[in-house]
Design a protein around this ligand. Structure first.
Ligand code: ZN
Length: 423
């Protein structure tokens, strides 16, 4: 018997629970129903076994019309809170202008820092809210948001406050905020920056953010500098994350393992030994295939992370320089096309993998007792999320038991694709 449902999704053709079931990693249940009471699921499974208490008139009752339902996407790596526009720089790069020349002209990450650091919390939040809404329309129900364009502490804190304002808006995705004090290369007194971050920054950020992230890279910050900041951050209550091995192999993955960081992100230049180290230390490897596509270079090691025995997540890296995209479905397609993941592995990397990369145990799979964050697709097949390149597969988005995007699902009837992976 299910008590007082507030939302019911009936007539689900295939429910992707995201939990291993009879050898199927996606845990697909055919002919299923979802029931939520408030923000939590009270039932997610076969309609034959579902029992409803009498429903009051104010229950949201959705007929999925045979469509597939998947967990909401958890986008575990974004730089959403920026001001300014770098479209011109994007075009210049396509014409062969180098990063160094763009930087000499005052472009690159420095131009984003100038524009963002000059903005108020309200201005930054307004710009980020538009991006967060597009993310949600594409099925994202939780998004991690980093600072990193402020540099100076008060500007970093305004970015974090803007991220929190997005998360407080009931109509926008849940936000997990991350303090990213080491991002753009330091100008001026490096030691003074590190001292301020370790002595004041991590303390003030700890009331706003859950994580502290650093950019460990040649030309950015060294392993020693990153370790110093992350150790201070953990003492202040912030869990560590790292941008690691993106453009060169600089030791960030080994540092992530040594610190037992929650995640190590990018990893294009990580060795198999590095990835095994992440597996042993239970560090989630986050791949960012959009940024890798824009920048060129080796593909992100999605399949290799799984082969090493670690958990893999896929995220947008939504940012104004290397990946201006809010679309998790596009990242899933790119993870299959270029990162060695199967469609099922990529879908899990975008849901339960994303939750693991943020240390969240209450979402990423559809199970009674967890959050009701779910996406009703336009399609009868979950495969279309990866297969239908560049499309938005989300018909209806449900976050914390409330419909937050889309309307009634309209299933596009074509030839019915199989709802389970074969072989
Ligand atoms: Zn990043």
């Amino acid at each position: 018997m299910i008590d007082s449902p507030s939302l019911v999704v009936r007539n689900i053709g295939a429910l992707v629970t995201g939990e291993m079931r009879d050898g199927d990693a996606l845990g697909v249940v055919d002919d299923a129903v979802l029931v939520a009471s408030g923000s939590l699921l009270t039932y997610a499974g076969s309609s034959a076994r579902a029992r409803f208490s009498p429903m009051s008139a104010d229950v949201v009752d959705i007929d999925a019309r045979g469509a597939t339902v998947i967990p909401g996407f958890v986008d575990a790596h974004t730089h959403l809170t920026w001001l300014g526009d770098r479209g011109g720089e994007y075009a210049a790069r396509a014409e062969g202008v180098t990063y160094e020349e763009i930087a000499r002209r005052g472009g690159g990450i420095r131009s984003t820092v100038r524009a963002t650091a000059a903005g108020s919390v309200e201005q930054i939040a307004r710009a980020a809210a538009a991006r967060a809404r597009r993310m949600q329309e594409h099925g994202t129900t939780t998004v991690e948001v980093k600072s990193g364009y402020g540099l100076e502490l008060s500007a970093e804190l305004r970015q974090l406050d803007a991220a929190i304002a997005i998360g407080d808006d009931e109509e926008l995705p849940d936000v997990i905020a991350t303090y990213l004090p080491l991002h753009a290369p330091a100008e001026g007194d490096r030691e003074a920056l590190l001292t301020e971050v370790c002595e004041r920054g991590v303390r003030e950020a700890s009331t706003r953010a859950r994580f502290c992230d650093v950019f460990c890279e040649e030309g950015a910050y060294t392993v020693d500098e990153c370790r110093r900041v992350l150790v201070a951050a953990r003492a202040a209550g912030l869990e560590p994350k790292l941008h690691a091995e993106q453009r060169t192999r600089s030791g960030g993955a080994q540092l992530a393992a040594a610190l037992r960081a929650t995640s190590a992100d990018h990893l294009e230049h990580a060795t198999d030994d590095d990835l095994r180290g992440l597996a042993v230390a239970r560090v989630t490897g986050v791949i960012l295939p959009g940024a890798a596509l824009v920048l060129g270079g080796p593909p992100p090691p999605g399949g290799r992370i799984l082969d090493a025995g670690a958990t893999v997540a896929v995220a947008t890296d939504c940012n104004p320089g290397t990946c201006y995209s809010e679309s998790m479905p596009l990242m899933i397609s790119l993870a299959v096309a270029g990162c060695g993941l199967t469609p099922a592995q990529a879908l899990l990397a975008a849901t339960s993998g994303g939750a693991a990369a943020l240390g969240l145990r209450d979402r990423g799979v559809l199970r009674a007792g967890l959050r009701c964050d779910a996406v009703i697709l336009h399609s009868r097949s979950w495969l279309d999320v990866a297969y239908h390149l560049g499309a938005n597969p989300a018909a209806t988005v449900i976050r914390a038991g409330l419909v937050v995007a889309g309307g009634d699902p309209v299933v596009e009837d074509g030839e019915a694709a199989p709802s389970r992976p074969s072989g």
